[in-house]
Structure formats: structure tokens, C-alpha cells
Design a protein. Sequence first.
Length: 254
Amino acid sequence: SACEKGNEWEKALRLLAVMAECKVECSMITYSSAVSACEKGGEWEMALQSLRGMVQSKHQTSTISLNAAISACEKGREWTNALQLVHGMSRSTIELDTVTSGAVISACEKCNEWAKSLQLLNALARNRVEFERITFSAAISACAKGDEWKKATCIFRSMAQEEVECNSITLNAVINSYGNGGEWESALQLFNEMAQSKMERNSVTLGAAISACEAVGAWQMALHFLSVIAQRDVESNTITFNAIVSACEKAGEW
């Protein structure tokens, strides 16, 4: 446990090996600590190895140890292994929780597997697994990467139905999905709603909204964001200005 808290996954695994050589029985807590140490170190292969050791020693795996292994797979972009672990949990009596759903959907999002993200979201909902904001945000981001702005919008609306509060990360993901889909009017509306609710808007928000305008050559609306920048209401960067110039160039407004 000390190695786990200190992110010393190599030492944790060496201790497990020494205990095995000395024929000292490892407890479920020992294995769980090893899995968590590997997860914190981003060592998904070692995390799965420790989990297998737990199973082979006939110890009952727990939600905590499996969540740690899934999180390790998420960090390593190993969405297939993350899915296998979740499927194993759903077939057993082990409870799936908000950490489980967040980690596995985030793993799919990082690998641009938007379809898998939606399948998981629906499957977990059927199993009455509660979702937190991070789970919805990851699913929306996955849809944005897959140019599926309509599906991103559906997930966004379901957050309100589930009474899950949005933050700037969630709304940035939604605006980004609009940007990829060229839905500049929707992007602008949400951008303005963020200002009205005094929610933080940053260069990511601004860039996504301008990209939506750029995609359809809405140069006048792209220029509108110059006034936003001038008012210093939102931070900007070189990419932001390049997108505005690109929108004008596409419309022949040189």
C-alpha cells in the first residue's frame, strides 16, 4: 500500500514476487494495492498481470481493483482490454459504478471509438449505472471526434434529463462537435449561453466556435469573435486568429 501511494509500481511488483518466492500468501488487499500502483504509473500490462494473479490465487476481485485496472487501460489507450474487463464485471456480481463508466468511456474516446462509447453508455444505463459529468463529457468528446454532432447533442440533452450539471469542459466538447459539423448557429448559441451563465470560456471554446463558422464560410460571424477577443472576454491564440482569417479567405473576403 505504501508503494501504491508513492507511485512505486515496480517496487510493489517486486514485493509480490518476493512474497510468492517465500510462499507468503498475498491477500486481496495486497493484490489490489499492486493493481492501483500500476494504474498510477500508467502500466496497464502490469496492472492486468496483477489482476490475473489475484484471480489465480482465488481471491475475489472487487470494484476498486477492477476500476484501477480499467483506469490503467484507459491511460494506455487500451480500450479493448477496458471493455473486456467491464463485460466481465457485468457478467459477475461485481458492481459497476461511476468510476467504471467514466474510465471505460474515456478509453474509447481517446481511441476515437465513438460508436463503442454510445453502446457502452446505453448498456450501462440499462444496468442502472449512475453517470457523472466526466462520463457524459467523454462520450460527447468521442462523438465530436467522429463528426457525430447530432449524437453529441442527444447526450448533452440527456445530461439535463439526468440533472447532471455541465461545466466548461462539457460545453467545449459540445461546441467542438458543432464545429466539426459546421453547425455555426448552434455553436454560437451555446457560446453565448456560456457567457450568460458566467461559465468560463477559453481559447478551446473560442476556437471550436470559430471553426464552426470557418467550416461553412460564415466569415461575418467569425469576425464577430474579434470583438469578443477585443473585449478580453476570452483568451485567444494564434490558432484562433488563423481560423478567422481562413473563414474570410474561404468566403473570398480577402
